[in-house]
Design a protein around this ligand. Structure first.
Ligand code: PMP
Length: 921
């Protein structure tokens, strides 16, 4: 039917004055009707194969789903019978639901997948108990007929290889379903709650499924089929793989609990659904070759099938049953089994926290072999690895997909070849329906070579020696620890337990953690962070770890000093003199005098107190949208609403703020940005005129909170001059932006061509060791005496000083400031190129390795894309990148990695961001 005919039909049958636009459908004919006030409904001309009773059942089901609180495509007009080519058809108008569907191949976040599962569960509950004669139909989509359907339609699959794999997989899946079929509850199901047929509400730029359309496949069938159909549709989306559907399963289960039998058949039903889609799509393509909707779907249907069979159903079933709380007990070799005696056996620990992987040892291939041979050389008879362990030596850096790290067996090295009387593994039998697998085929195991020893359920699919952490529970359930067969105790690889809950219970919750579901990070190396599951992330956020994580030189210096002396700076020792000299030498005259404290907050606090005692005044001018610390005084001058939503309304009376000089989105933009200085100068003047000239003006000399934006040219020069004219001090907070990160300049104030009176430093100074400093002139420093006595128990301790010296040594010897300039400049260019292709990027800010990518919903209005930014950070984590939002609008990626970031890392980050912006978040 043409669009013109649809317009005529809507007018003649329902009196609607509309235009019509065709919508895709596999079997019906659908048009979007547009009236003067926007969408007026969906004209649905049912395939004449469907009876009036069926259509009435569908409309009744839609009403039930709507009554359950979901948006549903209920009928607003009709049905009426109209003549169509070759007979008559039932026509009606369904309510149009705005917001769009999840159709297409874009990425679906776990949150969205979970919501799809919850919607599916609600549909299932709404239809439970619904009875109607129109439900009694034989549909090809009814999974109760899937085996027959695949057999009958398989001949249409043109590619013989695909045909074979589809029929084989369907047969196998059916054999898992059939024995449980009687236990599967049957009820009315929508039968097609898929990405194409859920509608979404859109809020904050993010989609949330909250409604259902297209009840055309309504039938009576296995209730669990509703979920199988929904999760199969997830598999065709960018980045999706079998484990991506688990949030939907858990969410469905929370709404409509699955029985043990339903959980057991779910993945086989996914395989059957995918097989049905492939054979039906191929058949439809033969029947209706010109239907673009059908042809376009073929590729997606194949993608679903390939994903569904990419992991053995047994593995997925364990993950599903674990997720819905029917965990199986672990398998064990039978207690009666006698092990072989390996003699003196060394057990290698290759886990993330293990000392054996220190100093990047895991990055050189062959670590396990090296360690094993060294142990054999040291006199061991045998060396083994641990079952179930996530091995860091198996991991990789810069991996968008998690590498296979979890051991499903044990690697074994023998000092002598095995044989009768020595490690004769071939004669052991694990018992209990388990079988032993050895990677070495011959009758004797060789000496000094790695042999993989596994124990798996007899007849189970082949188990890889290492599997990805997401699937580990599923694979491990097919295996047992071979340890007892080797005379070893059962491997004690501990799970995570409830560590996050323990943290929540014992740690003040205002001390938040990154990510709703954070990886547990237990190791860092250079610009990389490793989770306990062996996944390695590129750390793009840790400005504190300026010289890189776990730097051996810093570790050695601190360890050595801890062994020798750690005391307070009232004692006389070399390190404090050397470090103070060294810091002072980094600053221009007259900044030659150093205070050592333990943090940035303390440094800012102390800087303010110096200003108070030096000037005898109490008022301070600070820049809005900045963060300076948590202590009383540093918090008082902090007005970033990202850190404290009440910040602006709760300032004490002595704090006066000026506009954040944001040339991109503030009051003055572009060329007008010079006016920020005019306003700030005016405020200083007005304070002075009111008899309250400020003690200090405090600012980050490079605008950190906005993602590293340079202040307008001449800004600090003008404001410093005015503050000084009235006798106040200029304080530069270099805690984030100083210390070489900006590449071009060691200190942010250099960019502005000024010299402050007081500089605060922390963060990078200790590379994570608590270290802060205030550097000022001798005359200002000496005024502190007027306020009393200064002492910090650990500020300037020997350990802190050697840490600070080691960090400076590394920055210099490894050329990290120059690296920040070259890699940072390269990265900025790559990000700017992305900005040319992705409308969400409003601007790329920053210099060196202090960069910010600002996301906006509209480049004209600059509406901040905050929710999108958080979602993008979550997706980047999945792709192996640690990134967090910043700015008061939380719409800027704060890019401030360790200064040792290399070009490969910069490319990895830019590629991952490109991928997220392309595929969705
Ligand atoms: N000033 C600035 C600019 C900062 O970014 C921070 C920390 N985010 C601080 C001061 C406070 O430093 P600390 O957390 O070491 O107390």
């Amino acid at each position: 039917m043409s669009a013109e005919e649809a317009v005529g039909l809507a007018a003649s049958s329902f009196g609607m004055k509309v235009s019509a636009f065709p919508l895709g459908s596999q079997q019906d004919c659908n048009f979007l009707l547009e009236g003067d006030g926007g969408p007026a409904g969906v004209l649905k001309i049912a395939n004449p194969a469907f009876s009036r009773t069926e259509i009435e059942a569908q409309d009744a089901a839609a009403e039930l789903v709507a009554a359950a609180g979901l948006r549903a495509g209920i009928a607003t007009h009709g049905p009426v019978v109209v003549p169509v080519a070759g007979g008559s058809a039932l026509v009606r108008v369904l309510r149009y639901l705005p917001g769009g569907t999840l159709t297409g191949a874009g990425y679906l976040a776990p949150r969205v997948v979970a919501e799809l599962g919850a919607v599916t569960g609600r549909v299932s509950r709404a239809l439970d108990g619904f009875d109607h004669p129109g439900l009694e139909r034989v549909l090809q989509w009814d999974l109760r007929h899937a085996d027959r359907l695949v057999r009958v339609l398989a001949e249409h699959v043109r590619d013989p290889g695909l045909r074979h794999r589809v029929t084989h997989a369907a047969d196998r899946a059916w054999r898992s379903v059939e024995p449980l079929a009687r236990e599967l509850p049957v009820q009315a199901i929508h039968g097609d709650v898929t990405d194409d047929n859920v509608v979404c509400s859109v809020s904050g730029g993010l989609r949330t499924p909250d409604g259902v359309i297209d009840f055309g496949d309504l039938t009576s069938s296995w209730a669990v089929g509703e979920l199988a159909v929904a999760i199969t549709s997830v598999l065709r989306h960018a980045g999706a793989e079998p484990c991506s559907v688990l949030p939907a399963v858990r969410a469905f289960h929370a709404v409509r609990p699955l029985s043990a039998a339903e959980a057991a058949v779910l993945w086989p039903l996914v395989v059957l659904r995918a097989a049905v889609l492939v054979v039906s799509g191929e058949q439809q393509a033969v029947l209706d070759g010109g239907n673009e909707y059908v042809n376009g779907a073929l590729e997606h249907e194949r993608a679903c099938f390939e994903a569904a069979v990419s992991v053995p159903a047994e593995v997925m079933t364990t993950l599903i049953t674990n997720g819905v709380s029917f965990p199986r007990p672990p398998l064990c070799v039978s207690p009666g089994t006698a092990g072989v005696d390996l003699g003196r056996c060394v057990v290698l620990d290759l886990s993330v926290p293990s000392d054996a992987v220190d100093e990047g040892a895991w990055l050189t291939p062959g670590l396990a072999d090296r360690l094993a041979l060294a142990a054999l050389d040291g006199g061991a008879d045998a060396v083994v690895t641990r079952y179930g362990e996530a091995r860091l030596d198996a991991s990789r850096v810069l991996a968008e997909v998690s590498p296979a790290t979890v051991a499903t067996g044990i690697d074994l090295w023998l000092a002598r070849p095995s044989g009768p009387g020595h490690a004769d593994l071939r004669i052991v039998r694990p018992g209990g329906g388990l079988e032993l697998t050895l990677s070495h085929p011959g009758p004797r195991l060789p000496a000094r070579a790695r042999v993989h020893v596994g124990v798996r359920v007899a007849g189970a699919p082949e188990v890889p020696p290492l599997v990805r952490p997401e699937y580990a529970a599923g694979w491990l359930a097919l295996t047992a620890d071979p340890g007892p067969l080797l005379g070893l105790p059962v491997s004690a690889v501990a799970g995570d337990g409830d560590l996050l809950a323990r943290r929540a219970a014992a740690f003040a919750d205002v001390q938040e953690h990154y990510y709703a579901d954070p990886p547990r990070i237990e190791r860092g190396w250079r610009q990389h962070l490793a989770g306990v599951d062996g996944r390695v992330y590129l750390d793009m956020v840790n400005n504190v770890a300026a010289i890189g994580h776990a730097h051996p030189r810093l570790e050695a210096a601190v360890a050595r000093q801890l062994r020798r002396l750690n005391t307070n700076s009232r004692f006389h020792y070399a390190a404090v003199a050397e470090f103070a000299e060294r810091l002072a030498s980094l600053l221009p005259a007259p900044l030659d005098t150093v205070f050592l404290v333990n943090s940035g907050s303390e440094a800012v606090d102390l800087a303010l107190r110096l200003a108070f005692v030096t000037t005898g005044r109490q008022d301070v001018v600070a820049v809005r949208e900045a963060y300076h610390g948590w202590t009383y005084a540093s918090d008082a001058v902090s007005t970033s609403t990202a850190d404290n939503p009440e910040a602006l309304t709760t300032r004490p009376g002595w704090v006066h703020t000026v506009d954040a000089p944001n040339a991109y989105r503030g009051r003055y933009r572009g060329d007008l940005a010079s006016r920020y200085a005019v306003d700030a100068v005016a405020l200083v003047d007005s304070l002075a005129a009111a008899g309250r000239p400020p003690a200090a003006f405090l600012a980050e000399p490079f605008y950190g909170n906005a993602g590293g934006m340079a202040l307008p040219d001449g800004y600090l020069a003008a404001v410093y001059a005015e503050v000084r004219r009235h006798g106040g001090l200029a304080i530069a907070d270099e805690i984030q932006v100083g210390y070489g990160r900006l590449g071009h300049w060691f200190w942010g104030f250099e960019q502005q061509g000024v010299v402050p009176d007081v500089v605060t430093v922390a963060k990078a100074m200790g590379n994570g060791h608590p270290l802060g400093a205030v550097i000022t002139s001798r005359s200002v420093a000496s005024r502190y005496r007027d306020a009393g006595y200064f002492f910090s128990s650990t500020g300037g301790s020997p350990v802190s000083c050697v840490a600070g010296l080691a960090v400076l040594d590394v920055i210099e010897s490894e050329g990290l400031q120059a690296n920040a300039l070259s890699v940072g400049t390269y990265l900025k260019e790559r990000l700017e190129e992305l900005a040319g292709r992705h409308a969400l990027i409003g601007a790329v800010h920053g210099a060196g390795l202090y960069l910010g990518v600002e996301f906006v919903r509209d480049r004209g209005t600059l509406e901040p894309a905050a929710e999108e930014t958080m979602a993008i950070c979550d997706r980047l984590l999945e792709l192996g990148v640690i990134m967090q939002p910043t700015s008061d609008r939380m719409c800027v990626l704060k890019i401030k990695p360790p200064l040792c970031l290399d070009v490969a890392g910069a490319d990895f980050f830019a590629d991952a961001l490109d991928r997220v912006l392309t595929e969705g978040w």
